[in-house]
Design a protein around this ligand. Structure first.
Ligand code: NAD
Ligand code: LMR
Length: 327
């Protein structure tokens, strides 16, 4: 039997938490032979703690053979203690009359504290995925608040955007999702993101040969992927949850177990490539192997792509400037 992996999940009693925890406990994220200990964080409010207790009762009732232990707490230092993986899902949602800037500042406080707690008590190799919005900037804040942990271990979720783009492309080209490779979503998890299929292939053949339609790309595909989160909220009255949890599982599974040479999109701290300033938490194409990711470098950037990348970078720089006084 393998040693259990400690997986911390914040916002554990929320919508995404409810779609995520059971799949982690059943082995879908780390493998069917890998025991896990779930360390779940929720707000101290009575309602949140009661909901968390209910989720833990249901986890217990599943009798998952791989679930080697559970902790439910309102203390980040308890939730993150020796954590090997931390999924930071809990965040302050936008309230009535709240400006984007207010949201940024409220979340900056949460992610400063959680970054500091990770810095203090987590495994020195902890792999962190930030899902809570604004995900890229929250991940940047957590990274900057954890100076003793490797910066490269802090990532933001763009996998949902990657998966959304895959499905749109597969529909348009009339091919199976699994046949498409070499897709990338550049930048911020926001409507400025740039889903880019210039390098994509289907069974080794260029996808551009099947979808040679600049108008569809600029006026349908890119806006549709970028605004998909808002479209889900409009349709459901709630933001995406099962698909977000699924993307989080894809992100961590590939990071830990490897992508077998395939490109996936991860929000990672820039190393200065593609003119993205160092440390900006930006969506890039990566491949993963042996628990490490490697950025796909030296892709050609045409005028259209450069403009799209500049736009999403400008937004991230603005978000970064808005929270810099707290770091
Ligand atoms: P939710 O409101 O259903 O659940 C969030 C939970 O987090 C709540 O139970 C809340 O009590 C808890 N929480 C809030 N602040 C916390 C804190 N400081 N510590 C611990 N727990 C805390 O929301 P949800 O639908 O699960 O979404 C969670 C976040 O994920 C939101 O910010 C949402 O915008 C974001 N999201 C991101 C993506 C992505 O692709 N990156 C996709 C979908 C949703
Ligand atoms: C999504 O992409 O589905 C979410 O980030 C939307 C949101 O604002 O919660």
């Amino acid at each position: 039997m393998k040693t259990p992996v400690r997986v911390a999940v914040t916002g554990a009693a929320g919508q995404i938490g409810y779609s995520l925890l059971f799949r982690i406990a059943s082995g879908e994220m780390l493998g069917k032979d890998q025991p896990v200990i779930l360390q779940m964080l929720e707000l101290p409010m009575e309602k949140a703690q009661a909901a968390l207790k209910g989720v833990m009762m249901e986890l217990e009732d599943c009798a998952f053979p791989l679930l080697a232990g559970m902790v439910g707490t309102d203390d980040a230092e308890v939730a993150f203690k020796d954590a090997d993986i931390a999924l930071l899902v809990g965040a302050r949602p936008r309230g009535p009359g709240m400006e984007r800037k207010d949201l940024l500042l409220e979340n900056a406080k949460i992610f400063t504290a959680q970054g500091a707690a990770l810095n203090k008590v987590a495994s020195r190799n902890v792999k962190v995925l930030v899902v809570g919005n604004p995900a890229n900037t929250n991940a940047y804040i957590a990274m900057k608040s954890a100076p003793d942990l490797p910066a490269k271990n802090f990532t933001a979720m763009l996998r949902l955007d990657h998966n959304r783009a895959l499905s749109q492309l597969a529909n348009k080209a009339g091919v199976a999702v699994g046949e498409i490779e070499k897709l990338v979503v550049w930048g911020n998890h926001s409507p400025t993101m740039y889903p880019d299929y210039r390098f994509a292939t289907v069974n080794g053949q260029s996808l551009k040969d099947k979808i040679n339609d600049a108008d569809w790309n600029a006026n349908e595909f890119i806006p549709k992927v970028g605004k998909r989160g808002a479209a889900i909220i409009e349709a459901r009255g709630l933001s995406s949850a099962a698909s977000a949890a699924n993307a989080a599982i894809d992100h961590i599974r590939d990071w830990v177990l490897g992508s077998n040479g395939k490109w996936v999109t991860m929000g990672i701290p820039s190393d200065g490539s593609y003119g993205i300033p160092k440390d900006v938490m930006f969506g890039f194409a990566v491949t993963t192997k042996d628990g490490e990711y490697t950025m796909v470098k030296d892709l050609p950037v045409d005028d259209f792509s450069q403009k799209a990348i500049d736009k999403t970078l400008a937004e991230l720089e603005e978000e970064r400037a808005g929270v810099s006084h707290l770091l």
